[in-house]
Write a protein that binds this ligand. Structure first.
Ligand SMILES: Cc1ncc(C[n+]2csc(CCOP(=O)(O)OP(=O)(O)O)c2C)c(N)n1
Length: 276
């Protein structure tokens, strides 16, 4: 169903405050990945705060939807979303990356609401595929989402999983590529050109939808379209901006794994409309 105006307003406000909270947490520990977290903000927020059937009071529900954050370094944005859903108290965010915290630098099984650890790129699609296959064998209506980076597309394991998901006609599996054009230390074009990514996925047998990954309505429509597809898996190539929302971080590989200084955090919070 298309998103109402009120829903877009609510989700946009979530995104604005989540961006601030994520930057504050990374600033607090002076370690973490701001660029890829901000880039995946709308994707994660729309899925967790609007679309996914999950309940913190019943986290083991066999029919819950599953999300695999294959680009695990964007964990802070995942954690902020899980907190909003009630999986952890809001104060947990300030323990990001602390020793013994539930919130480690990459998703781990110690974090309530996390379905599978991540960190080594390229593994999430195969894991998500296994989940989707198992759910279908059990007759579950649940859907599985996996979020990958565009730099992550360099991993060969992705293409093994991409080959088999269409064979099993996994229409309960939706992959989303956070296509921001930048990876760890340069642009994807410089490091390993992807060529026609849409044509590649299409040739592997996937239903491909392209959209603006910061436009909540477009993303929601794309997810609606995926849910209606019956003949196999779908992939959304979501065009995004690394560091989205903070002008001096946008599109810059330098902000892949760099924490903001005190001044930079203050500038970022001001740009994001300040704290309320
Ligand atoms: C197998 C593996 N190789 C290298 C890394 C180190 N690494 C972490 S993030 C990253 C770049 C990822 O780029 P992209 O997928 O485009 O992520 P985004 O720009 O969305 O943050 C790399 C190389 C890793 N985590 N795993």
């Amino acid at each position: 169903m298309p998103l109402s105006k009120a829903k877009v307003t609510q989700l946009s406000e979530f995104c604005r405050t989540f961006r601030i909270d994520v930057l504050k947490a990374i600033h607090n520990i002076q370690s973490g990945h701001p660029g890829g977290s901000l880039s995946a903000c709308e994707i994660l927020t729309l899925l967790y705060q609007e679309r996914m059937n999950i309940d913190a009071k019943n986290p083991g529900d066999p029919n819950r939807d599953r999300l695999v954050l294959s680009k695990g370094h964007a964990a802070p944005m995942l954690y902020r979303n899980l907190i909003e859903k009630g999986f952890m108290p809001k104060e947990s965010m300030s323990t990001l990356r602390h020793i013994n915290s539930e919130l480690q630098g990459h998703p781990s099984m110690h974090t309530p609401g996390v379905e599978i650890p991540a960190g080594p790129l390229g593994q999430g699609l195969a894991a998500a595929q296994g989940m989707a296959l198992g759910l279908r064998l059990n007759g579950s209506p649940a859907r599985v989402y996996v979020i990958m980076g565009d730099g992550e597309q360099d991993e060969g394991a992705i293409w093994e999983a991409a080959t088999s998901a269409p064979k099993f006609k996994l229409n309960n599996l939706t992959a989303i590529i956070d296509y921001n054009g930048v990876q760890l230390d340069g642009t994807t074009e410089e490091i390993m050109p992807l060529r026609d990514l849409s044509a590649k996925w299409h040739s592997f047998g996937w239903n491909v939808i392209e959209c603006n990954g910061h436009d909540l309505r477009q993303l929601n429509d794309a997810l609606d379209a995926c849910a209606k597809i019956e003949d196999g898996p779908s992939v959304i190539i979501a065009k995004t901006v690394k560091g989205k929302g903070v002008s001096f971080m946008e599109g810059k590989a330098a902000w892949h794994g760099k924490p903001p200084s005190d001044d930079e955090l203050a500038m970022a919070i001001a740009e994001l409309g300040g704290e309320k």
